[in-house]
Design a protein. Structure first.
Lengths: 110, 114
């Protein structure tokens, strides 16, 4: 079975500092990886997906198949980045939704 | 555009009582999901549906039943609530099994079982 691991429950950094939220996965096939974000009092929403290789709100994430990782990075944190971040995996061709990690609570201190 | 709507948003039950959570989506999505979110556990899939009239078990299905009688609605039932089912429940929907990876979530339903 697939698994997504986010080792940090809580990550606190100062505004302007770089941010890296770690995500590791285990899956025998070719996965698709995603980052979801939940801001305070808002719905869980898609932040970015690895296949798009895009930068959203200054965040990027690169899929490293050798290390089975999909870390989320941002060079300069902003206070509005404070939120819960979930890494998620979808099995290639899978119809049964996404498997989520336990989440990392990111706090950006002023 | 309402997107995904869950009712009720809050509910308190006594052990052994039953209840149904309703999820409605207006995006004509084929696929719908019920997740539960617990502190330190992330989101875990309870049941899902790939179309009207079909349902399947997820990671943590025990103690729950679901029905998808209409394409736009996905109901989650608790026949005999237990304190272990105290959680926040999220419904989500997607095009074609999250092919793009984008699930659209509801606001959540907070259930407390005493």
């Amino acid at each position: 079975a697939q698994r997504v691991t986010q080792p940090e429950k809580l990550l606190s950094v100062f505004k302007g500092a770089p941010v890296e939220l770690k995500c590791n996965y285990s899956y025998s096939g070719s996965p698709e990886l995603f980052w979801y974000v939940q801001y305070s009092r808002q719905r869980l929403q898609l932040l970015l997906r690895h296949i798009s290789r895009e930068s959203i709100k200054g965040f990027t994430a690169d899929l490293n198949k050798g290390e089975t990782s999909f870390h989320l990075k941002k060079p300069f944190a902003q206070e509005e980045d404070s939120a819960m971040y979930y890494c998620a995996l979808r099995k290639l061709g899978g119809a049964d939704g996404l498997t989520f990690g336990k989440g990392t609570h990111l706090i950006i201190q002023p | 555009n309402a997107g995904v709507t869950q009712t009720p948003k809050f509910r308190v039950l006594k052990t052994g009582q039953s209840m149904t959570l309703l999820c409605a989506q207006d995006m004509n999505h084929e696929y719908m999901y019920w997740y539960r979110q617990d502190p330190g556990m992330g989101l875990r899939l309870i049941h899902y549906s790939v179309g009207e009239g079909t349902t399947a078990k997820g990671e943590v299905p025990d103690g729950y039943n679901v029905s998808r009688l209409k394409k736009q609605n996905f109901l989650l039932g608790l026949e005999s609530a237990a304190p272990s089912q105290t959680s926040v429940y999220f419904c989500a929907s997607s095009y074609e099994g999250a092919r793009t990876g984008e699930l659209f979530f509801g606001e959540g339903s907070r259930l407390t079982v005493l």
